[in-house]
Design a protein around this ligand. Sequence first.
Ligand SMILES: Cc1cc2nc3c(=O)[nH]c(=O)nc-3n(C[C@H](O)[C@H](O)[C@H](O)COP(=O)(O)OP(=O)(O)OC[C@H]3O[C@@H](n4cnc5c(N)ncnc54)[C@H](O)[C@@H]3O)c2cc1C
Length: 575
Amino acid sequence: MPVPVLPPLNAAKNYQNDGDSVYRLFYDTVKGGDYRAREANVYRLAEVSNNIIDQCVAQGVPFAREYGGTLDNRSFGGAQVSRTFYAKGQTGQQLLLGAYSALSRQVNVGTVKLYTRYEMEDVVLIDGRARGIIAKNLVTGKLERFAAHAVVIATGGYGNAYFLSTNAMACNCSAAMACYRKGAWFANPAYVQIHPTCIPVHGDKQSKLTLMSESLRNDGRIWVPKKLEDAKKLQEGTLQGKDIPEEDRDYYLERRYPAFGNLVPRDVASRAAKERCDAGFGVNNTGLAVFLDFSEAINRLGIDVVLQRYGNLFDMYEEITDENPYKTPMMIFPAIHYTMGGIWVDYELMTSIKGLYAIGEANFSDHGANRLGASALMQGLADGYFVLPYTIQNYLSDQIQVPRFSTDLPEFVAAEKAVNDKIQKLMNIKGHRSVDSIHKELGHIMWDFVGMGRTKESLTTALAKLKEVRKTFWSDLRIPGEANELNVELEKAIRLADFIEIGELMAYDALNREESCGGHFREEHQTPEGEALRHDDKFSYVACWKYTGEGKEPELIKEDLNYQFVKVQTRNYKS
Ligand SMILES: Cc1cc2nc3c(=O)[nH]c(=O)nc-3n(C[C@H](O)[C@H](O)[C@H](O)COP(=O)(O)OP(=O)(O)OC[C@H]3O[C@@H](n4cnc5c(N)ncnc54)[C@H](O)[C@@H]3O)c2cc1C
């Protein structure tokens, strides 16, 4: 079995004594996000980053250590210091186990009650405040009502709108979209992250893409051939990468960005790969791949060191591709990985609905237009461990006295009825198309027209095509089985309806933002060298979208971004 690649996380501990500091982490994150993040939030994030590591160590997370016992670090993209804490290639899983065992302890002492195999379908508002949710019991299919003093959603991002992504297949945006429809603003939906280091698509039967960890860019070198004729032979399968001599290789990241080389941020590395492949230099049969090569690292460090550092990742690559990366360079290509946009929250992580909070990837977070590697967990854990527990108290201080609401109130009845009506509507379509076939169609539109390179024309086309997909979905979908039972196809259909809706919202936002910044690249707005060209005079704001009704264009609300401590400038990874 391949070992899953799971995420490491950043903190400004400066254990390496290489000049790291809270300010530097703050600065790298603001710069990495292309000056489109809220400055105060990022500073708070950098400040609490060190506490996260201490918290996780106390929970028993087995971070990698150096021989002397101190915690070890790796480098990740967009930083020139080594500040990434890791547990082999399984950090995320270990963090999850740490959090889960701490949670289990609370379950045991009776302070927490878990409801597993439930999915939130809607949020219930009473007098404008979030007072509970409607959830579906996934085993029985029954809808249930829950009352609360406040509601927190931590339901992740919307990357699966693209169908193929590195996200787990159950990741979805339905809870966030339910909040959006109830009035919570959705911020910066156009900002999605395309990770440069994924195993390329290899057919139309795939339902998922695999990430090769960014840590591989510490020692692996990315290249394509210098000569088009070599690329052609690679595409035809008559030449192998390892047989191309050194002088005929183009290490394009090292060439274009000498200061950061292979460790430029993800948006920059992804675009550079696309640029080379669009120019015909792709290295596999589809022409949509570049090499990630460890031959130099193996010569320099020896195979044992490479195996110790990356062995589990190499094994996983071999299991999937049947190629041995110790002998031939890996092939990689960018893929959808993370969403920087999400439900808008204020400094206290409250949405535009009183008493409704959003944390982790579900909120629009602190990453601006591009997230640096190992910063998602930093932000998610900061929100959950060190921000929300303090800020939610400000809300509860005068709310906790309010008697718990009865779930028989008309607001609960109406919310449950609306969910039920939607489910019945879905079940009654009784068309011909499976959920996945429509989802795939949606994914192609999103990737082709709202993907790595966007134009006014592509986005207008996307909006027209998405209307067609929406029509197909609501007129020709077929869901087998019944609503009142375990029905995975129904679950997927509910999620797909929301993916179509977020797809439209992303296209609106991308069309409105007539500049390039971070992961949002409008081809009309680039420098002569092909770098992102921002227009700070017009777009230095968070774009918040307010729901105005089904099928209607959403309303744009702007939150201006003011930088007091960082000088806003053009991102530079060259010198
Ligand atoms: C392959 C991969 C590698 C990554 N590598 C890194 C890395 O190196 N460093 C880093 O910092 N980050 C990394 N990330 C990103 C990071 O893992 C995610 O951003 C992070 O896990 C998000 O956490 P979350 O708790 O906000 O959301 P999630 O982890 O997505 O959790 C959301 C949960 O909510 C549940 N849910 C969804 N909808 C509902 C609903 N309606 N009702 C009830 N429950 C619901 C989901 O089932 C899920 O369990 C990686 C992500 C992937 C996919």
